[in-house]
Design a protein around this ligand. Sequence first.
Ligand code: COS
Length: 387
Amino acid sequence: MSYQFEESDELKMLRETVRKFAENEIAPVAKELDEKEAFSIDLTKRMGELGLFGTIIDPAYGGQGMDYLSYIVVVEELARIDGSQAATIAAHNSLGAGPLYYYGNEEQKKKYLPDLCTGEGLWAFGLTEAGAGSDAQASRTTAVYDNANDEWVINGSKIWITNSASELTKGITVQAVSGKLENGRPEMTCFIVPADAKGLTRKVMHDKMMWRSSNTGELYFDDVRVPGDAILGVRGSGFKQMMETLDNGRLSIGAMGLGLAKGALDMTLKYVQERETFGVKIYKHQAISFKLAEMATRIEAAENLMYKAAWLKQENKPFEKEAAMAKLYCSEVAEYCSREGQQTFGGYGLMKEYPIERFYRDAALLRIGEGTSEIQRIVIARHLGLR
Ligand code: COS
């Protein structure tokens, strides 16, 4: 018998701890932070104190040394209450600290990781540009080597970079074109750029529809100089590092979708047992109970896909296809559950007083960020053995 669907006691305890924190500490302030479009340094630090930073990082570098399924459960439980706080944790762990941990040399890991495992420091992932979103190879940001000073000089810009423009941001891993390959394609390299580097301007992006209390930044590099050894891993391996990092990131976006869908079902189940129409509680109408049944069934399917993908990653087995499937499906289920939940709430579902309204908005990001649903289908189709 090789299948194991039961959660370990350790995982149950972790789930319970994060759930309590989300319900007691995040839920009471989520609406206000969303309205004010405010990133909370206080909540971020408290999530750090709880051990939600550096989740999968080896304790030798200050991390919590959790396995991947545990990390996925952390993100899911946060997203069950608030997408923005889940986004801060997911982007920091998989996109921020992840590349430093997986590709950094010993010196870089010792230098940067301990601060990123406490909640006192955030790290961001500088891939997307105004003209390079789905087509991530279209990066225009450049890095030119200055031989005389043994420095790289970076010029260009990045956009929609989570955690990049907060007071807590310590640095950004930046993909830049560092030369030309023999086949004429651009050579991409990742650089470690401190947040306070001279020539780097970081601007908070406002007026978002979703994830309004997560920090999203726009970055401008104007002759930003970093030392010759600020390369992450090997020169020319930047695009592969970014793609592998996105494979991991897609698992956490999947977990956000799963958590959001569960949160939408939780609040809908509560509402249908309070609200009455035509003289009965509304769940007694088949029109409503069928919606609930459909939501619960899709969530069950999403959960199985999600945990299998995370398990594959944890076991060091190929997981790229399943990560794309989990991201695609969980974000669709999140959208479905928030829409059907909102429909069940009727007019109240359109009011900010009810969190289902925020969930409906937050769900939209999941089918666009870290690779659109269309990109996920491209990735999945490439794994189907087509010739
Ligand atoms: N892991 C490791 N290497 C990968 C990889 C992965 N997941 N995906 C691609 N690569 C490698 C390829 O093997 C290839 O290597 P070689 O040059 O040695 O052959 C190289 O990267 C280029 O791959 P490919 O030609 O497939 O790249 P494409 O330009 O066709 O792009 C997609 C592939 C569309 C999958 C990629 O651009 C993508 O994921 N886009 C979405 C980006 C995204 O999610 N942006 C949102 C960021 S929000 S944080």
